[in-house]
Design a binder for this molecule. Sequence first.
Ligand code: AAT
Length: 275
Amino acid sequence: MSSVWFTEELHPYYRKALRVKAILEDEQTPYQHIQVLDTEFFGKTLILDDIIQLTERDNAGYHEMITHIPMLAQGSPRRVLIVGGGDGGSLQQVLKHSSVEEAVVCELDRRVVEVSRKHFTQFGDPWSDPRARLVIQDAFTYLEGGREKFDVIISDTTDPIGMAERLFSEEFYRLMSAALNPGGAIATQCEQPFFDTALIREIYSFARTLTRHPAYYYAHIPTYPGGGIGFMYLSDTPWQEGLKRDYPQGLNYLNREVHQAAFALPEFFRRELYG
Ligand code: AAT
């Protein structure tokens, strides 16, 4: 086995590392440093600015949970917006719903789409589906334009650093809410209960002013910091409505029990968030 390790240090007090087999891509775009590494056990891994975005092995949990939870709660979404998500993993999941007529992906960096399309063939090239539409633009600017409405919005974004920082602001959550059709639902990449408690609490506090039934839920993803990541659900429809629906075929992480359990929070964190 190789003695080369990729080490991520998103937080100054915590590191994790994957053993590298080969470097497949390494380029600087106008927006970020993109790498695709082949790694032991986790397979191909997309890295942006030294932060792991996804691996072949464990991305299903992230993509299934960020997409299907709001999609199932809404019931039969026709128009869906994915903020970021240029790798295509969320798009693949969204297109599993036959009600979807159009899925818009608003991604900042065209190279993420191109590089991922080449390497992450496990997503089945969702871009060739006629219902998919790619917009290359900063998502904040796109939503400020305010021209389109959606039944579901999924914010599948990098961590709140650089161009993604504004996507964690109250203004951006307001823009997403304004772009939502009645009965619609939003889910956002919302970081780690241990490491990002203050940020999540802040987001929850303004989510409460925007929708009737915000809630935080969690997925186990070994290659994200702390072994998992959470999501903020925002809707006037309770997330439990989704439990009554039929799930798409061929899922690898989500089932009814996981759906229910994902909203159960450890006591220290439940207290922080819900008081
Ligand atoms: N699907 C899992 C991968 C991601 S990547 C998130 C995407 O958000 C990246 O392709 C990045 O280019 C894009 N992005 C960042 N800022 C913006 C913006 N302002 N507008 C549009 N797209 C943007 C998520 C991984 C989560 C990692 C957790 N540690």
